[in-house]
Design a protein around this ligand. Structure first.
Ligand code: UDP
Length: 388
């Protein structure tokens, strides 16, 4: 029997699911997105004036420890090696991020060896904290107050709009702390940027005769359900599907001021501004994400963060206590119905990296396809949500 599926959202989650359903089942898949491009917040486009490949919704560097995720993106795009090396500007100077031996030696005016630095920083740490319960405790336990206040407190308050002690320790655990001079922002086996940008990569995933793409089309939950589809996959915010009946989930959004110029304005792809009195969080010079290209002109985004208001694009799930309760209520609603599955960063309300979205979706597709073949009801949420 020829099946037909509707997928809302043409980001990584929607594209990967569309590909799996069409390739493995020969199903007809319609992918709809409200924007006029695919790739969601990973969207890249060439700026007509400078020729620079712009990460329109903020910088994306593909990084993963998973061979499966790395192989997956390489199937659809040529990945160019790219190592993210970030600098942080504070009143006292320019420092290397994430915290590494160079940062420590610069900050304390020392010449520590790795072992000496590890011993020194261990003494700075707050030993009264055994199991860090939040972002601040995680920082104080492993870095001590000086490094925390210089590099994390202000940035985090600007980025998330709340005191760091209200945030989970997991957000800080995203960043490594190293006692050597390795200044790679990520701890991962594979890292790169698609040569032709992320939009071309997602277009490659969606390039299948059974997949039809409809852009610039905002679809509501009731419109999606009114269509003649066997099943719907929703990658938009789960609360918006249910008309926010249990309250809106908290998100941070980001916005940018653009600056154009000649040559090299920052000297690096990303410069962070951790101090609280500077209104922006970071500056991004897009051409440095494609060091294999040559451009005389340049484009810099100065990035600001704020709470989402009506109409803003949701970026970072805030995940405070009321959000967790609300998400649980939406997850229960999702599981009480049978025709719609929720996936991706917004559909499952999680702070996921691109590789995690790919892996989660591939795994979910396995479950979904198995259920279809065995004529069982399809799961409403990935097992990574329901089993936690
Ligand atoms: N962070 C910080 N100072 C920095 C960089 C990051 O305090 O210079 C904190 C901040 O809370 C941020 C978190 O570490 O949200 C995770 O950083 P990451 O670079 O992973 O954030 P993303 O790239 O997803 O925005």
């Amino acid at each position: 029997m020829n099946r037909a599926f509707l997928i809302i959202g043409a980001g990584f989650a929607g594209a990967v699911m569309a590909r799996e359903l069409s390739e493995r089942l020969g199903a007809q898949v319609t992918v709809v997105d409200g924007r006029d491009h695919v790739a969601g917040n990973c969207h890249t486009e060439r700026d007509p004036e400078t020729g620079v490949m712009v990460h329109r919704y903020g910088p994306h560097i593909f990084n993963t420890n998973s061979e499966r995720a790395w192989d997956y993106v390489q199937r659809f795009a040529t990945m160019r090696p790219y190592i993210n090396r970030v600098k942080a500007v504070i009143g006292r100077g320019v420092f290397s991020m994430p915290i590494n031996l160079h940062t420590i030696n610069q900050f304390y005016g020392t010449r520590f060896t790795p072992a000496e630095a590890a011993e020194f920083v261990a003494k700075l740490g707050d030993r009264s904290i055994s199991e860090p319960q939040n972002f601040e405790e995680q920082a104080l336990k492993f870095l001590g107050r000086d490094l925390y206040e210089a590099f994390f407190y202000g940035y985090t308050k600007k980025q998330w709009g709340v005191e760091p002690r209200e945030l989970p320790a997991s957000i800080l655990k995203r960043l490594p702390v190293r006692f050597n001079y390795d200044d790679n922002y990520y701890n991962c086996r594979y890292q790169g940027v698609p040569e032709q940008g992320y939009t071309a990569l997602i277009q490659g995933i969606l390039d299948h005769p059974c997949i039809q793409i409809e852009l610039g089309k905002n679809i509501t939950a009731s419109e999606a359900q009114a269509g003649n589809y066997d099943h719907i996959f929703w990658t938009g915010p789960i609360d918006s599907f249910f008309d926010e009946v249990d309250g809106a989930l908290g998100y941070r959004t980001v916005y940018w001021q653009e600056e154009r110029g000649e040559g090299d304005l920052l000297g690096n792809a990303v410069i962070n501004y951790p101090e609280a009195h500077i209104p922006w969080t970071r500056k991004v010079e897009h051409k440095h994400f494609a060091p294999w290209e040559d451009h005389e002109q340049t484009l810099v985004f100065t990035e600001f963060s704020k709470a989402t208001a009506a109409g803003d694009i949701p970026y970072y799930p805030l995940g405070l206590a009321p959000d967790k309760q609300r998400f649980a209520a939406y997850a229960a609603r999702a599981q009480a119905q049978s025709r719609v599955s929720f996936m991706g960063r917004l559909g499952t309300y999680r702070y996921l990296n691109m590789d995690q979205v790919i892996l989660d979706t591939l795994e979910f597709a396995d479950t979904v396809i198995c259920a279809i073949k065995e004529q069982r009801p399809l799961p409403a949420l990935p097992a990574s949500i329901t089993s936690r």
